[in-house]
Each structure stands twice: as structure tokens, then as C-alpha cells.
Design a protein around this ligand. Structure first.
Ligand SMILES: Nc1ncnc2c1ncn2[C@@H]1O[C@H](COP(=O)(O)OP(=O)(O)O)[C@@H](O)[C@H]1O
Ligand SMILES: [Mg+2]
Length: 253
């Protein structure tokens, strides 16, 4: 439903044996719904940012008064600001999810994308007592890649890993070539996942965090599948988590 404008319905057991006219009709409907959903998210974002701005001004005014009433009002405004921020996060995650299926691929280096992302992640990881260890294969070939979307893949996996290591740990980023694929592994020493979480982690809106959008991993999977790749996960409670991304060296459009 959320594939971006112009994208095709994936080959799904439910649709793969449909007559081509029926398939075209479903594709057109899916594209129309995706455009509507994306448009709706944009329409909500503008008034939401106006609401956020006015709440900020209200909070500033209330901060200057010293009465019990103004303190009570400030508490309520702060709650509203929190909810407003949550809504903004969900909308941003949703818009990223909607765009994930339309990569703009150009020959690119996964290693460079990882290195540039780690420059951003390092200070954040330091604050969490997490040591980041890259092991990048110096002979990794270039492949057609949407580097902006891949940075999102790294960011969603990296942030999940930090959230899973509240008391610190290590986070490895490994690139190699194996069996005709470029392989990227992201391995953390965090709390790991139980079976129920493992089964549902790629479902849209599934989250075990109170403020999670539940769109991080679904977006990651959509980006990787749009690059003809696959993603798998090994995780056990208390044992950490390993995500393995495989991207075929031979690109099939
Ligand atoms: N590295 C990880 N370690 C432990 N649990 C994880 C990890 N990555 C994802 N998860 C689990 O998968 C769920 C879904 O992740 P995600 O789609 O990114 O949504 P969100 O981060 O908003 O919760 C998380 O709520 C968490 O329970
Ligand atoms: Mg996440």
C-alpha cells in the first residue's frame, strides 16, 4: 500500500498469478493509495510544525511567570510539546518508509558510505559507552547503490543497536564479498531479542519501545529489497544481535 508513486507491486503469491489487466489495476490502485498517503503526511506536517512553534512561544511566556497556575500550564504545554515531537517523528519515519522503494542507483562504494556514517555515529556511540569497530574489506567492488538510502539503513540499524546497549558494549560494521554478494554485517553485544520480537521485527508499526515508530526495520528491508538484496537476523536474549545484508554483485534490473 505504501509503495511510492510509480513503483510496481512486488511479485507476491497473492498477485503473481493474476491476469495482467487485474495486476495493472491493482498496481494503479496501490500507486494511488501511496500518493494519497504521502500527500496526507505532507499536509499534516506543515500545521504540526506551526503548532510546535506556538507551543514553544507559549512555554517561553509561561516560563517568565512565577505563579502556581503558570507552572501547571507549563507542565501541560510541555506534555503537548512531547506529543507534537512524537507525531513529527512518526511522520518523518513514515515518509522515509514511503520513499524507500524508489532508489536512485549509481555506482557507489558501500565502504565509503559506512565510513562517512561512522563519523556521525562515533560521538553518539561514545555518549552511550559503545565502542564502534569497522572491519571493511579494502577490495570491496562498487555496486549500483542509492547512498542516501543506504545511510538510512546504517542509521536505523545503528540506532537500534545503541538502544539495545543502554549500559554500553561494542558495535561492529563488517563488509566482505561472499558467494557473489557484497555482505554487510552489523553486530551488537546488546540485550538481543526473544522469539516473539524476532518474528515481528519487520512488521510495520511493531515496536517494543514506548516511543518507537516501528518503521525502522521495515524501511531497512524495503531499501535492501529495492536493491535486489536480502536481510536476515540472528539474535538471542542476552547474547546480542547480528543483522546480515546481502547485495548481489550482478545487478538484475
Ligand atoms: N539491535 C537490536 N537489538 C535488540 N532488539 C532490536 C534490535 N533492532 C531491533 N530490535 C527490536 O525490533 C523492534 C523494531 O525495530 P524498529 O523497526 O527499528 O522500530 P523501533 O526502533 O521504532 O522500535 C524494536 O522495538 C526492538 O524490539
Ligand atoms: Mg528503530
Amino acid at each position: 500500500m505504501f509503495s511510492g508513486p510509480g513503483s510496481a507491486l512486488p511479485d507476491h503469491p497473492m498477485t503473481s498469478n493474476l491476469a495482467s489487466s487485474e495486476r495493472k489495476r491493482l498496481q494503479a490502485r496501490s500507486t494511488e493509495l501511496a500518493t494519497l498517503a504521502g500527500g496526507l503526511a505532507h499536509e499534516i506536517r506543515n500545521p504540526l510544525s506551526t503548532i510546535g512553534m506556538h507551543l514553544e512561544l507559549l512555554a517561553e511566556d509561561l516560563n517568565q511567570e512565577e505563579t502556581t497556575r503558570s507552572r501547571r500550564m507549563l507542565e501541560r504545554v510541555t506534555k503537548l510539546q512531547h506529543e507534537c515531537h512524537q507525531l513529527e517523528e512518526i511522520l518523518n519515519a513514515f515518509l522515509q518508509f514511503a520513499r524507500a522503494g524508489e532508489p536512485q542507483r549509481e555506482a557507489g562504494s558501500l565502504n565509503e558510505t559506512v565510513t562517512s556514517y561512522l563519523e556521525f555515529l562515533d560521538p553518539l556511540a561514545g555518549e552511550h559507552n559503545v565502542e564502534v569497530r569497522p572491519h571493511l574489506d579494502a577490495n570491496l567492488p562498487e555496486i549500483p547503490l542509492d547512498t542516501a538510502l543506504f545511510r538510512q539503513v546504517l542509521n536505523n540499524l545503528g540506532r537500534n543497536a545503541l538502544q539495545a546497549m543502554p549500559d554500553g558494549g561494542t558495535l561492529e560494521f563488517i563488509t566482505t564479498v561472499r558467494d557473489g554478494n557484497i555482505v554487510l554485517e552489523v553486530i551488537d553485544t546488546g540485550r538481543g531479542m526473544d522469539e516473539k520480537t524476532r518474528d515481528r521485527m519487520f512488521q510495520a508499526f511493531f515496536s517494543t519501545r514506548s516511543s518507537g515508530s516501528g518503521l525502522g526495520l521495515p524501511t531497512v528491508r524495503r531499501i535492501i529489497e529495492a536493491h535486489n538484496g536480502t536481510i536476515s537476523c540472528d539474535s538471542e536474549p542476552g547474547q546480542g544481535t547480528r543483522f546480515t545484508v546481502q547485495l548481489p554483485l550482478r545487478f538484475q534490473p
